[in-house]
Design a protein. Structure first.
Length: 77
């Protein structure tokens, strides 16, 4: 149904495949996975490119607030 041809399942669930009728499994490639890296390898079309980022860099790129009076935007609980 829906054109799905490949199904990734947790390795622990392989034993449960016996409960699924053969006519449902027919035509499916069922791949047991044990780690998220295996899922990403199959699910993503393009290879991931790592980025270099630090929170300090992100904060440094933000403008400092101007003319904010003391206590503005704070709520006592």
């Amino acid at each position: 149904r829906g054109g799905i041809k490949t199904v990734l399942i947790p390795e622990e669930n392989v034993k449960d495949l016996a409960e699924i009728p053969d006519n449902i499994k027919q035509g499916l490639e069922i791949i047991p996975v044990s780690h998220v890296d295996q899922v990403l390898e199959r699910a993503l079309v393009a290879e991931l490119e790592p980025i270099e980022w630090s929170e300090a860099d992100d904060l440094a790129s933000q403008p400092a607030p101007h003319n904010v009076p003391d206590g503005a935007g704070q709520t006592a609980h």
